[in-house]
Design a binder for this molecule. Structure first.
Ligand SMILES: [Zn+2]
Length: 113
């Protein structure tokens, strides 16, 4: 049984989510992708493009979606000292530790419908 992990009236963003899932090796499929342009003609909720994954992939896929939905420039904690650092920082401003590289490139961000 497939589970919806993302839906949007924005077809481009739905494709972006699928691309991110492909990059992570998570199989997915899109449903209602052709209906998104009809929003307004048909009930809105019926027109949302949906991305579905297998039940066993829901946790991993949801993490990918959550990361992509995080506001651009969200602070991240330093792995050594836990100080919050702006997203673009490669080194912790406080202790100089290497900051983990964001898994999703900063430009690949989802915005709310
Ligand atoms: Zn630090």
């Amino acid at each position: 049984m497939d589970v919806v992990v993302y839906s949007s009236l924005n077809l481009t963003q739905a494709h972006l989510v699928r691309s991110l899932l492909i990059c992570e090796g998570i199989p997915s499929r899109m449903r209602h992708g052709l209906l998104a342009p009809l929003a307004g003609e048909l009930p809105m909720d019926a027109c949302r493009a949906e991305i579905l994954v297998r039940a066993e992939d829901v946790a991993a896929a949801s993490a990918v979606v959550a990361e992509a939905e995080a506001p651009q420039g969200a602070d991240r904690p330093c792995p050594r000292c836990a100080e919050e650092n702006p997203a673009g920082f490669e080194l912790c401003w406080r202790c100089g530790a290497d900051m983990p590289v964001a898994r999703v490139a900063p430009r690949l961000r989802l915005v709310p419908d």
